[in-house]
Design a protein around this ligand. Structure first.
Ligand code: SF4
Length: 215
């Protein structure tokens, strides 16, 4: 496949709104260098009819091995937070801004490494194709990488969280933190406070859906 100068998944993204075809095509993506060390592409999953897409940063170690998004520690925390916010995960489509696991080897461990702006931009065509296929009303961007990918620009997650933004991909975009950020807070009290804020943000999904019935 011919390479474009700037890293981009675009040459691998088929013109289709069929999620299975997109998922199959993404397995072969070499749009940036991240495919070289990861086990496999981790594509999004969930209902084709979802009114909401949740976007995270990138697959973690467990996601990389299982080939599914949000199955590791951050995914488990996300599940608990969604439950606390009374949001049914089975009614959501969940994915990541970047589809391959980026890490630094440390002994036998693989330590998460933040994807660069170039890698986020390279992978954006997959996210755009997923959004076009699912056609959600609301996109929830969790963390700075997801917010940057969805909005196409730098976002200040701590001040933008809990706010809705207009967007050409959907009726609205809600920004919040990434669940892995909570896992990194050592102090119990601060972690509890952040947990409440995260559940509050996720609770806005149902409020928004109620106010914006599908036409
Ligand atoms: S991270 Fe995205 S653009 Fe890069 S190789 Fe993987 S799927 Fe392709």
């Amino acid at each position: 496949m011919e390479r474009t100068h700037k890293p981009s998944a675009a040459p691998w993204v088929p013109e289709t709104k069929n999620l299975n075809r997109l998922r199959e095509a993404a397995k072969d993506c070499e749009g940036c260098s991240l495919y070289q060390n990861a086990t496999q592409t981790v594509f999004g999953e969930g209902s084709r009819q979802s009114r909401v897409i949740l976007v995270g940063e990138q697959p973690g170690d467990e996601e990389d091995q299982q080939g599914r998004p949000f199955v590791g520690p951050a995914g488990k925390l996300l599940n608990r937070a969604l439950e606390a916010a009374r949001v049914d995960r089975s009614e959501l489509y969940v994915t990541n801004a970047v589809k391959h696991f980026k890490f630094s080897p440390r002994g036998k461990r693989r330590i998460h490494a933040k994807p660069s702006a170039t890698e986020v931009s390279a992978c954006r065509p997959w996210l755009q194709a997923e959004v076009a296929a699912v056609n959600p009303q609301l996109i929830v961007a969790m963390g700075s990488t997801a917010a940057r990918s969805v909005m196409g620009r730098e976002m200040r997650v701590m001040s933008d969280r809990g706010q809705f933004f207009s967007h050409e991909w959907a009726e609205s975009v809600l920004v919040t933190v990434h669940p892995s950020a909570l896992l990194r807070i050592p102090e119990h009290e601060r972690r509890e406070a952040e947990w409440k804020l995260f559940v509050r943000d996720l609770g806005m999904i149902n409020e928004w859906l109620t106010k914006h019935p599908k036409s």
